[in-house]
Design a protein around this ligand. Structure first.
Ligand code: A3P
Length: 287
């Protein structure tokens, strides 16, 4: 959406204005990094992690601290907002849960040097695009998305704030093959079986919640619960325009069918084949 206070806000803000500081970030060995292309399920996985680590020990956090403050956005630098780096430094808890939308090659090197655990979440491109389109109309820190067809073209060309979705998911997938510290998750798997995915996450992180705790978390992170929860639905965020939509919008697999025309779908699939050559990386568009 149009940001009247800083028109022309774009990718350059995130990536260059704060570049050196972010690149020099000093990770701690127990930091947990959540990396995503925006709208792939960042908030969902952030909330799962927050409950796994702090659900028992800090119950007050659950009713008083919004998820975007519990899990700060590392490279965020937006007028009138505490920069992500400062938010991370101020975190009272350990481990620190940190979010980034960086493609893999931009992740500050200390995360690798410190052997931090990193969780990547990917979502199928079509739904990811649709979700981003709606988000860009409501988020005042994002440029206006323009009309759907225009957005559709720009997404395929990588001309949206976070750049190419294709490079993002492919780059992280490649990294995961050689890095045991990267856990690669899929939004669609979470929709299909949240409990199973939480179990996998726990074994990656070396956590063993009780059966009760596991049930409580699996139930608490379902879409309807998170949509009603003011600490997870972004309703307290100053830079969202809730007149134009909601952050917890649909939470489904396959909503792209309500947006893509038949011709767009063909064009998309054709282009997709050229950019997604690795047969081991499969993203499901239907469930
Ligand atoms: P939609 O716009 O398709 O509804 P992010 O947190 O990366 O910005 O991603 C936001 C997307 O994840 C939104 O997608 C949102 O509804 C969806 N989402 C968030 N929590 C969810 C949950 N518990 N179950 C399913 N989808 C969820």
């Amino acid at each position: 959406a149009q940001n009247t206070e800083s028109p022309g806000f774009s990718m350059t803000h995130f990536f260059t204005d704060n570049w050196e500081n972010v690149q020099n970030f000093k990770a701690r060995p127990d930091d947990v990094l959540i990396a995503t292309y925006p709208k792939a399920g960042t908030t969902w996985v952030s909330y799962i992690l927050d409950l796994l680590y702090f659900g028992q020990t800090s119950p007050e956090r659950q009713t008083s601290v919004p998820i975007y403050e519990r899990v700060p956005f590392l490279e965020l630098i937006v007028p009138k907002f505490v920069p992500g780096l400062d938010q991370v430094e101020r975190l009272p808890t350990s481990p620190r849960l940190i979010k980034t939308h960086f493609p893999v090659q931009f992740v500050p090197k200390s995360f690798w040097e410190q052997n931090c655990k990193i969780i990547y979440v990917a979502r199928n491109a079509k739904d990811n695009m649709v979700s981003y389109f709606h988000f860009d109309s409501m988020a005042m820190i994002e440029p206006d998305p323009g009309d759907w067809n225009n957005y559709f073209q720009r997404f395929m060309q990588g001309k949206v704030v976070t750049g190419s979705w294709y490079d993002h998911v492919n780059g992280w997938w490649k990294k995961k093959q050689t890095s045991p510290n990267v856990h690669y998750m899929f939004y669609e798997d979470l929709v299909e079986d949240t409990g199973r995915e939480i179990d996998k996450l726990c074994s990656f992180l070396g956590l063993s919640p009780s059966e009760d705790e596991r049930k409580r978390i699996t139930g608490g992170v379902q879409f309807d619960k998170m949509k009603k929860n003011n600490m997870t639905n972004y309703s307290t965020h100053a830079r969202m325009d809730f007149k134009t939509g909601s952050f917890m919008r649909k939470g489904r697999v396959g909503d792209w069918k309500n947006h893509f025309t038949v011709a767009q779908n063909e064009e998309f699939d054709e282009d997709y084949k050229k950019k997604m050559k690795d047969p081991t990386l499969q993203l499901r568009t239907d469930l």
